[in-house]
Ligand binder design. Structure first.
Ligand code: 4AD
Ligand code: MG
Length: 428
């Protein structure tokens, strides 16, 4: 008999259900199994007097084993789980589970050791349903606007961006590096005349950070597009895309997210509020007494990001805040500058940076000068070459998918990833 999903099992019809055994109650005359597949749970009821041959099997059966059960689904108001039960006519153990190494309230590190068991929970499953929905909506939004999806190499010959925080790997008889961002190749696509591209893929950062928002390998959602007038075009596209994607998540999963995570999915209003960094520091000091020496005000700090959430809610009633006017020495060399001010932004959601974006410097001479300022001239020569043979003005951003998921559901980054990678974690 072919398998039927639990959610699709019709009443009074013979079905074959396959899944994990979530719970076992084995009494003298009856046995009850709660079966779980990707679509839901169902009680299988076994009349032991009719099937004495199953006694041995039921004695050995353990929680989280995988079984196949045939029978007929009947209505039964006495059954708590959906008021229906599978009256079993055949049962087979596909895989017997050893005693579980993981309890319900294990800490996150133990959970990660046994992530494949941890992920069996409905709460964990929901996270990936939400993430799938979110990324799919963003992809749809861009495809509708004629963006191409590209896939750039992660093995590269020279350290990208700043040269710091890159993993070095052996590459036959020489060294290679893992890409810190698809930045350079996104821009190569602009020089190739693609005009509009995006990519979602792995990003590597050799940072020894032990926070709840840093990981050494994450999923980036990056895009780049040409013929922009300023970085405001980039900010606006991102805001529109996020509002579209969050509206989709709210419609499909809003209730479930609230039930399992106690988090409200709020669809952010357009346009998102903007503030220049020097102005933000003045406001944080005036309102909350947050003082930072002038010399450190060129970049955000963790505390400033956190406080900016409070500020944004109080001032604009908005969870998102676009911060502009960072100091040139704190930003990547390829950001375009106007009167010395980088033409870019950070997007902060609920007090955490989720994006850095900018208009890029597409003028070859200016770009080379900015790279040389940082002593990067030779390292990025392959990249500056992209701009020698004609390149449209362009800009784009990099958005962290794991951070987006984590902030949406109110978890830490370890729970928001299929498998977290950190300075002390390379397994499973
Ligand atoms: O801000 P970042 O470093 O910017 C870039 O990579 C630029 N090339 C983007 C651009 O187009 N100008 O990284 C982009 C985003 C961050 O805002 C954050 O959401 C995420 O990637 N991110 C991390 N997520 C988890 N762990 C880390 N260690 C992260 N580092 C950055
Ligand atoms: Mg950044």
């Amino acid at each position: 008999m072919k398998r039927t999903l639990i959610s699709e099992a019709k009443r009074n019809e013979p079905v074959r259900i396959q899944g994990f055994v979530e719970h076992i109650r084995n009494t003298r005359n009856m046995a009850f199994l709660v079966l779980r597949d990707r679509s839901g749970s169902l009680q299988a009821t076994i009349e032991k007097s009719t099937h004495p041959e199953w006694n041995a099997l039921l004695e050995t059966l353990t929680a989280e084993s995988v079984v196949s059960v045939e029978g007929t689904v009947l209505e039964n108001p006495a059954v708590k789980l959906g008021a229906r039960e599978l009256i079993s006519t055949a049962i087979e153990i596909e895989s017997l589970a050893a005693p579980l190494p993981l309890s319900k309230n294990a800490n996150i590190d133990t959970r990660l050791d046994y992530r494949w068991i941890d992920l069996r929970g409905e709460k964990e499953r929901l996270l990936f349903e939400v993430q799938t929905c979110l990324v799919q909506a963003m992809r749809e939004f861009l495809l509708e606007r004629n963006f191409l999806e590209i896939h750039t190499p992660k093995l590269i010959a020279a350290a990208s961006e700043s040269g710091a925080d890159v993993f070095e790997v052996g590459y036959f008889d020489r060294k290679a590096y893992l890409a810190q961002s698809p930045q350079f190749y996104k821009q190569m696509a602009m020089a190739a005349g693609f005009e509009r591209i995006f990519e979602t893929g792995p990003v590597f950062r050799a940072e020894k950070s032990y926070t709840n928002r840093h990981t050494t390998e994450f999923t980036g959602f990056d895009l780049e597009f040409s013929y922009i007038e300023s970085f405001h075009d980039v900010m606006h596209l991102e805001a529109e895309m996020l509002t579209f994607a969050l509206a989709r998540v709210q419609a499909r999963y809003g209730e479930e997210v609230e039930r399992l995570y106690g988090a409200k999915v709020i669809v952010p209003k357009l346009p998102y509020p903007e503030i220049a960094l020097p102005e933000l520091y003045r406001e944080l000091e005036r309102r909350y007494g947050y003082h930072l020496p002038q010399s450190e005000r060129g970049d955000t700090t963790t505390e400033a990001e956190q406080l900016s959430y409070r500020f944004s809610m109080e001032e604009f009633g908005h969870e998102f805040l676009l911060i502009t006017d960072f100091a040139a020495e704190k930003r990547a060399f390829y950001h375009m500058r106007k009167d010395g001010v980088p033409q870019g932004y950070d997007l902060v959601w609920r007090g955490v940076e989720i994006t850095t974006g900018a208009q890029r410097e597409h003028r070859y001479d200016v770009l080379c000068a900015q790279a040389n300022e940082r002593g990067l001239g030779e390292d990025v020569k392959f990249y500056t070459e992209f701009f020698r043979y004609g390149c449209p003005p362009h800009g784009g951003f990099g958005l962290g998918v794991d951070r987006l998921t984590m902030l949406l559901l109110g978890t830490g980054i370890k729970e928001a990833m299929f498998l977290f990678r950190g300075p002390n974690r390379l397994t499973p």
